[in-house]
Design a binder for this molecule. Structure first.
Ligand code: GDD
Ligand code: MN
Length: 392
């Protein structure tokens, strides 16, 4: 069986033609095919789909989410979890992905041993002309090059990890391992699984009805996704620490340049850096755990408290190591800094952002959310529960 998962956000103008064209190429009697829309629309797209479902021969399902958690990727992940096919196709609902390719994607999958068949814009014969504007073109190409060099092995055979049009063997992908974010769900799938990939080129058509939801925010989400995939939490934490150290020195220099006395400059720079670090760490390192743990005020107090205690403890510790263990002072300083960094990370992950216990959280959750253990999806249809992803 084949499930075609189509995320939609205000696509009422495109659904009828999309379904007509799918039905024209899929042999409903021979190929066991279902279409599954995951709709976050604020217009009547869902009603349009319902009306069409009556007159089409294809089996059509629609999941409407009251809360568009994790946007496009969240919608696709939910659709994949709810899919029944051995094969899943993901495609856009705005006709920029030609449904006419469905049979050949499926045929390629069946004839090759591949887990994934990617419809690529960047393979010879393909084109990304449907991207409007130089900026979209350039950023797509740069992002693709960067991403491929960051995942040289897993993306070896994929020229277009950012495409939203692909087919895969459902059992080859661990859906629970995905951390949906932004627009780039294929990247998430390829980076977190070991899969064999083959490609087919295609021309990304121009959008006719409705408007694109791509935005600067999506670009930002993409960078965060890359960082999460490649580095994980510890490295994000380390990066912020390094940036903080440089900011500290920069600020101190600026204050001294402005005529301030150096001790005062150092203290003010330290305070500003600590506040800045805290803000970045909230946003970039532990964002997914914030909602489940302590209140903002308590997180702030614990975090700042730890920094103060750590600063105070470091000197006596240094003295201890140098004087009692006779370790050279610079080496000892290096060791205490590394130790302090690791302690800081562990303390933040285990104490400051520690999620509350699972059973307490579960009390006000819908039954469906309790079932799929390890699932990162909030309820299917009209759940009001907001529960961000739990990353490792
Ligand atoms: N359910 C849901 N929720 N669907 C969404 C959301 C959302 O928050 N945001 C967008 N969609 C749907 C749109 O309705 C459309 O069917 C599809 O996802 C793609 O959205 P577009 O807004 O048309 O994106 P695009 O054309 O700029 O981006 C496409 O090309 C990119 C490559 O440049 C997508 O295929 C991207 O995945 C792809 O990376
Ligand atoms: Mn589009």
């Amino acid at each position: 069986m084949l499930t075609i998962v189509i995320p939609t956000f205000n696509e009422r103008a495109n659904i009828a033609e999309l379904l007509r064209r799918i039905e024209a190429v899929v042999d409903v009697d021979v190929d066991d095919t279902e279409v599954l829309f995951v709709d976050d629309s604020t217009d009547d797209t869902e009603a349009v789909i319902h009306d069409l479902a009556f007159v089409m021969r294809l089996p059509i399902r629609v999941i409407h989410r009251a809360l568009a958690i994790n946007g496009l990727s969240g919608a696709v992940t939910l659709g994949l979890r709810a899919s029944r096919g051995t094969w899943c196709i993901v495609m856009d609902g705005d006709l920029q992905h030609p449904p006419e390719m469905i049979p050949s994607l499926l045929a390629t999958a069946r004839s090759s041993a591949a887990d994934v068949v990617v419809a690529s814009r960047y393979r010879r014969g393909g084109s990304a002309d449907g991207l409007n504007g130089f900026v979209r073109h350039a950023s797509s190409s740069i992002a693709t090059a960067l991403t491929r060099s960051m995942f040289p092995r897993r993306l070896r055979d994929c020229s277009d990890p950012m495409t939203g049009f692909f087919l895969f063997r459902r059992e080859a992908v661990d859906l629970d391992a995905l951390k949906p974010r932004g627009f780039k769900i294929l990247l998430e799938i390829l980076a977190r699984n070991r899969l064999t990939v083959v490609e087919e080129s295609f021309s990304f058509g121009a959008r006719t009805g409705g408007t694109s939801k791509a935005s600067l925010h999506q670009g930002w989400q993409f960078l965060v996704q890359l960082a999460a995939l490649r580095f994980g939490r510890l490295s994000r934490f380390a990066t912020i620490g390094a940036v903080g150290a440089m900011a500290n020195i920069g600020l101190m220099a600026a204050f001294i340049g402005g005529g301030m006395e150096y001790l005062q400059a150092a203290s003010i720079a330290a305070i500003l850096t600590i506040l800045g670090n805290f803000a970045l760490q909230e946003k970039l390192v532990f964002a997914d755990l914030r909602a489940e743990g302590k209140s903002f005020r308590r997180r702030f107090a614990f975090s700042i408290g730890f920094n103060a205690a750590e600063a105070a403890a470091r000197l006596p510790l240094l003295w201890l190591i140098v004087d009692l263990l006779h370790v050279p002072s610079l080496l000892a300083q290096g060791a205490t800094l590394v130790l302090a960094f690791l302690a800081r990370f562990v303390f933040h992950a285990r104490v400051v952002y520690r999620p509350r216990r699972e059973h307490k959280l579960s009390e006000n959750r819908e039954p469906s959310q309790l079932m799929g253990h390890g699932s990162t999806e909030p309820g299917m249809v009209t759940s009001t529960q907001v529960r961000p992803n739990r990353a490792s």
